[in-house]
Design a protein around this ligand. Structure first.
Ligand code: ADP
Ligand code: ADP
Length: 224
């Protein structure tokens, strides 16, 4: 039932001769269907932790298991496969491809996995329509508002039914109305059984999430 199991995670960056310990013995467990916010100020190590949880980076020491697989023993190919098949990523800056339409952006992860084009297009349309973008399928990112772009990015993250959604400051570039809309989408996805880890520096965002873990200076301070 445990999708994320991180134990004694340490991350040290080397800055010239100086060592910067950005994560200091972090323990974190996330079960299937959990919705967890990691709350902390800028510079507290949230992005570093998120990159490790998302298998984009490895810890300096500690153990990390994702869905039972020992990440530190996995090959680059295995890690790429985990990222592509098990995890949906959502970023502060949306990270959509500017030359592609909404529907093409959402199709992309399916095409990478070898899903046939017509089927990918249909699934992408379906997700975008559910997220209220049925009238925006052929728009490019610069023709969409920030809130709409983030909904395209959410559609892209969920279209392949990943086991885990990782959202890094997903509301950081949104106005308050779009931010609320995005949070409602995450809550609904969680009600449908999706596992979500969301990082934020915004207390109002974190307060809407079932479980909050606070990080400060690379240490987890309190959980409630
Ligand atoms: P947050 O996401 O909470 O703002 P980060 O994980 O981005 O925190 O950064 C934590 C600390 O680690 C900051 O002091 C940052 O400057 C430093 N840091 C992040 N990435 C690197 C890196 N690649 N090399 C050196 N220092 C880094
Ligand atoms: P965020 O807004 O997510 O906290 P930052 O703007 O702090 O991100 O950092 C952006 C990128 O730069 C990240 O990939 C981070 O790892 C890297 N980074 C941050 N601080 C440093 C640093 N002191 N030295 C090298 N790379 C850094």
């Amino acid at each position: 039932n445990c999708i994320i199991d991180g134990c004694n995670l340490v991350k040290v960056y080397q800055n010239g001769i100086e060592e910067l310990k950005v994560l200091d013995n972090i323990n974190i467990r996330v079960n299937n269907s959990d919705f967890i916010a990691i709350l902390g100020p800028s510079g507290s190590g949230k992005s570093t932790l998120m990159n490790i949880l998302g298998c984009l980076d490895v810890p300096t020491s500690g153990q990390y298991y994702i869905d039972g697989l020992d990440v530190l023993k996995a090959s680059d190919n295995e890690l790429a496969e985990i990222r592509n098949k098990k995890i949906g990523f959502i970023f502060q800056k949306f990270n959509l491809l500017p030359r592609l339409t909404a529907v093409q952006n959402v199709m992309l992860p399916l095409l990478y996995r070898g899903v046939e084009e017509e089927e990918a297009r249909e699934l992408a349309r379906e997700k975008l329509t559910i997220l209220g973008l049925g009238e925006r399928l052929q728009h490019r990112p610069n023709e969409l508002s920030g809130g709409q772009q983030q909904r395209v990015a959410i559609a892209r993250a969920i279209v392949g039914n990943p086991q885990l959604l990782l959202a890094d400051e997903p509301t950081g570039n949104l106005d308050s109305k779009s931010s609320e809309d995005a949070m409602e989408i995450f809550k609904e996805l969680n009600r449908q059984g999706n596992t979500i880890v969301l990082i934020t520096h915004d207390i109002e965002v974190a307060e809407q999430v079932k479980k909050v873990v606070t990080i400060r200076d690379g240490r987890i301070h309190e959980s409630h």
